[in-house]
Design a protein around this ligand. Sequence first.
Ligand code: SAM
Length: 409
Amino acid sequence: MTGRRGNRQDRTAVRRPEQPGRAAQPGRAAQAGRAAQAGRAAQPRRAAPAPRPQRRPEPRAHQVELLFLPGLEALVRDEAAQRLPNLRRLEPVPGRDDSLAGQLTGTLIDTASLRTVVAAFLVLSFPVPNPRGLLGGEHMPDILAAVRSVVALNRRDRPRSLRIEAAGRDSPVLRKFAEQVAAGTSLRHDPDDGDCVVRVRPTPGSQGWDVLVRLSNRPLSARRWRVAGHPAAANATVAAAIARLSRPDPAQRVVNLMCGSGTLLIERLLVAGARAAVGFDVDPGAVEAAAENVAAAGLRDRVRLLTADIDADDWLTGGPYDVLLADPPWGDKAGRHDESEALHQLLLDRAYAGAAPGARLVVLTHEIRIMQRCIGRSRDTWRLDAEIRVFHKGHNPRMYVLDRVAAAH
Ligand SMILES: C[S@@+](CC[C@H](N)C(=O)[O-])C[C@H]1O[C@@H](n2cnc3c(N)ncnc32)[C@H](O)[C@@H]1O
């Protein structure tokens, strides 16, 4: 988001295709003609050289920004490198711990494949002192072109309306901005529920103002498979991060202990297949919700769900497991604090009972002190590989990545 203060093309992040410049060269035929006119002896005619293939115009470079939950940056970088190889120069947005910005060449559609990201935006930066400078003739055409390109990107689920997100969005200037964008794109201005989100903000770490257009109608974190809820359902982008931490491989046997509505299991299976996939919960209502979500994700035939207590042996029959995932109950939504330590210890002990040699256990929990004590007591069975804090809606849970300790000889 720096170094964009040059000519007009450089100032806006949406660039028009660059036409490769070629200096005009006199052709050989013309040179030969001039030689003949100068009275020199005519040379034997040589075959005209084949016309040079026209170079294709360089693909467009878009400035894009990825919004994620603070704490997930390394995992977002990892996923972006894998899924968007044409996304270059990914840098943190100045002053923010939840956003990365970079240059994406080619199509924007691939941003929709990011699972650890809350939303992806197309970014335009303008050298204007205030949002009034965005109105009217000079910059509005670029803004309209960006919104139209996002509408075209979402043609299967075409946005009908538009909403502006900005500090002071009810000010006369931003109202006028909304009206101009709506009029120029045929989107209805719906300040509360508009599908196409357009953000206006001062350019971070620089002069000027940015216009960000969200690339998808719904946030990427809102999963289509989530048809049944759970009061303590895990955030899907955190679940996707957990899936990545589990070193996903289709040859693995995977179990989601205390699976609730199945978020961790579904996200793991959508990253890579599995040789076996089991989810269980003591609450039959949660297992029903998981079954609905699993079916909506198209995974019904690949998952075995059961109502079972972690202390029982039913779920062990699908193992031993290479990957074990869990987010045990926390707070008043799903459990009692005074039972938490016993349950976290039980989780580590029982996970070990179901773990194959070399297995990895990833646990998401808000009970930090309790979890640390339990890990300390389990040092003969689990080795802590990583502890990653995530910030989410006022909660700061952590992801614990644990590797099964090889059995002593
Ligand atoms: C935080 S919730 C899991 C939410 C889930 N990740 C989701 O996205 O819906 C914890 C779950 O642990 C389950 N649970 C609590 N004690 C259990 C036990 N002893 N055995 C199996 N499941 C248990 C609860 O029923 C609850 O569904």
